[in-house]
Design a protein around this ligand. Structure first.
Ligand SMILES: [Zn+2]
Length: 79
């Protein structure tokens, strides 16, 4: 095993927002990353697919901006 030099903790340099859609078949809350387009998703529990209502892209953009792409989430000085 090669000797690695210690790495300082890395802060986020981007972010996504996770949304949950309840599966109509098994009621599991299926996580989906920022679904801005309508479409079908597959439940990772029962494997059934179902259509979802997309989220508003402008709302996502606003939240990303508010948190400076994730940087503000670790540094209170950003807020
Ligand atoms: Zn399901």
């Amino acid at each position: 095993m090669s000797k690695k030099k210690p790495v300082t903790p890395v802060s986020p340099d981007g972010m996504e927002i996770l949304f949950f859609y309840q599966c109509p078949y098994c009621a599991r809350h299926v996580p989906v990353v920022s679904p801005t387009q309508p479409g079908m998703i597959v439940c990772d529990s029962c494997r059934e697919s179902f259509p979802i209502i997309p989220v508003d892209e402008y709302g996502l953009h606003y939240v990303r901006m508010m948190l400076a792409g994730g940087k503000a989430a670790v540094d209170p000085d950003f807020l």
